[in-house]
Design a protein around this ligand. Structure first.
Ligand SMILES: [Zn+2]
Length: 246
């Protein structure tokens, strides 16, 4: 995609949807720490105190030195876009929860947000920072009858139905879809591209290096790909959306 088309798309859009692919923070360090192989199966987690203890120890051990998460340059720019009247919503595939922790209002953490834990029985919530740094007890301090669960889908669990519905509404009402891609595109993102492509032909994919070794390079790709680092692309996007709104 050439820059003049990119500029035209952005300047003529007032309902932009953005998808942030995985691994945008610290080269995916947090994603790897909690990839699906490391998460328990939901039924085992419910039934086995050993599995619960093991997973909570693992979580505390790995997150203790990581708090508080600080936004990198990319997140700082996304936080500015979150307040832009041209941006309707942001779907985030990263689990670090940094955007919401720093006040983002229009972000859907579709893959979960590890910054908090909750009790499925009484609904009490607690922050991961307190849990990891104070080594809080895993038993809910309110109902004392249930273990807290980190807000990530475990094996055998689906993403939240509310979040899926919000994504669907966003993608059916946007007039431009922008994908920030670090190195690969998730299957669910492909389905979202299809959803938007059937309705309008305005998709921008950024990123220097995208790995399609798991399948063929999709047909739409060359028309939509603007080769650029996400960091540089966000500067262009911020400049153009600010210009548009002034
Ligand atoms: Zn409780």
């Amino acid at each position: 995609m050439i820059k003049s088309i990119l500029q035209e798309y952005i300047l003529n859009s007032n309902n932009i949807a953005i998808i942030i692919e995985k691994n945008i923070y610290r080269d995916g360090e947090i994603e790897k720490m909690f990839d699906f192989e490391k998460r328990p199966h939901m039924s085992e987690y419910r039934n086995s105190s050993e599995i619960r203890d093991y997973f909570h120890k693992y979580t505390k051990k790995n997150l203790k030195k990581n708090f508080p998460f600080k936004p990198n340059n990319i997140y700082k720019k996304i936080l500015k876009l979150d307040t832009s009247s041209s941006v309707r919503g942001i779907i985030n595939m990263n689990i670090d929860g940094i955007l919401k922790l720093n006040g983002a209002k229009n972000v859907i953490d579709l893959e979960g947000n590890l910054n908090w834990l909750y009790c499925s029985q009484c609904g009490m919530e607690t922050s991961m920072e307190s849990f990891a740094n104070n080594q809080d007890d895993v038993l809910c301090s309110n109902c004392k009858d249930n273990s807290l669960k980190i807000n990530l889908p475990f094996n055998g669990q689906e993403p939240s139905q509310w979040d899926l519905k919000d994504c669907w509404v966003l993608l059916n009402s946007c007039d431009l879809l922008i994908l920030l891609v670090e190195n690969f595109i998730s299957p669910i993102t492909f389905s979202y591209i299809e959803l938007v492509k059937n309705r309008l032909d305005r998709i921008i994919i950024t990123g220097n290096l995208i790995d399609f070794t798991m399948g063929n390079t999709p047909e739409f790709f060359s028309d939509s790909h603007y080769i650029c680092s996400n960091n540089d692309f966000l500067d262009i996007l911020l400049e153009l959306t600010t210009k548009r709104n002034n």
